[in-house]
Design a protein around this ligand. Structure first.
Ligand SMILES: [Zn+2]
Length: 246
């Protein structure tokens, strides 16, 4: 057969000393160079290629960083999946996840009626096959219930208005502010202490006035929250652990 000029599809899985690992390939118009990172949520590898880079360049980078990837994967905290009996922090307080089948079963798409936080437990109702999704939905709603009033309170202090507040599953950021004034937060903030939620809300509201991390931005954040000094190191110390939950 003549040599083909068509590149072979890149591997979706890679065998590492730590085990079989998923590889996701991304094209990015904004990326300046080929890069590798580990998705802290599931321990998968993400290869980002700039618009003009070849997959071969991504493969070369991947294969020259096997030791680095292996070390990073070994350093990940243990995963805490949403299964019956798992211990999940809510506002930094451990709660045992208790699955109660029977209530609200039959539909996985409806919000779990009867799911609740009760006496140190996170009680999730519904059929077993929907437990993971219902737990996600419940915690996302709980994150929203905390963050929306915080954003409203900080916005009043700063004299700004968020266009919209969404709660998402993000892998690298606790919050973000879009140029149109929409704020987005990670649902995992519900796992963190209240003072951290307060700080992250203030940080993103601060970006409604200053789309940068300049001196005036930090002064504005400091006016909206007394917790910056403790929240920033807390997030740095606990980010990896929180990303492994759920
Ligand atoms: Zn920022």
């Amino acid at each position: 057969m003549p040599p083909s000029r068509v590149e072979a599809p890149p591997p979706e899985m890679l065998m590492l000393p730590t085990g079989l690992t998923a590889v996701a390939w991304r094209r990015s118009a904004r990326a300046r160079r080929v890069s590798l990172r580990i998705d802290p949520r599931d321990g998968g590898i993400i290869v980002t290629l700039p618009a003009r880079a070849s997959r071969r360049a991504g493969l070369a980078l991947l294969h020259s960083h096997i030791d680095w990837l292996t070390a990073r994967l070994r350093a990940l905290p243990g995963a805490v999946p949403f299964v019956d009996g798992a211990v999940i922090p809510i506002d930094d307080v451990p709660h045992r996840l208790r699955h109660v089948p029977g209530h609200g079963s039959g539909s996985g798409s409806r919000p779990g009626s009867g799911s609740r936080i009760e006496a140190g437990e996170l009680v999730i109702t519904g059929a077993a096959e929907f437990l993971e999704r219902r737990t996600h939905d419940f915690l996302r709603a709980e994150a929203r219930r905390r963050l929306v009033p915080l954003v409203a309170e900080k916005s009043r202090v700063a004299g700004v208005r968020a266009k919209r507040v969404t709660v998402k599953d993000t892998s690298s950021r606790w919050g973000s502010c879009a140029p149109d004034g929409s704020l987005a937060f990670s649902w995992r903030l519900v796992l963190a202490p209240a003072f951290v939620q307060d700080y992250v809300a203030a940080h993103e509201v601060g970006h409604l006035r200053h789309m940068n991390h300049g001196k005036n931005f930090w002064l504005a954040v400091n006016e909206m929250t007394p917790h910056m000094a403790e929240a920033v190191p807390w997030l740095r110390a606990h980010a990896a652990r929180l990303m492994r939950i759920g």
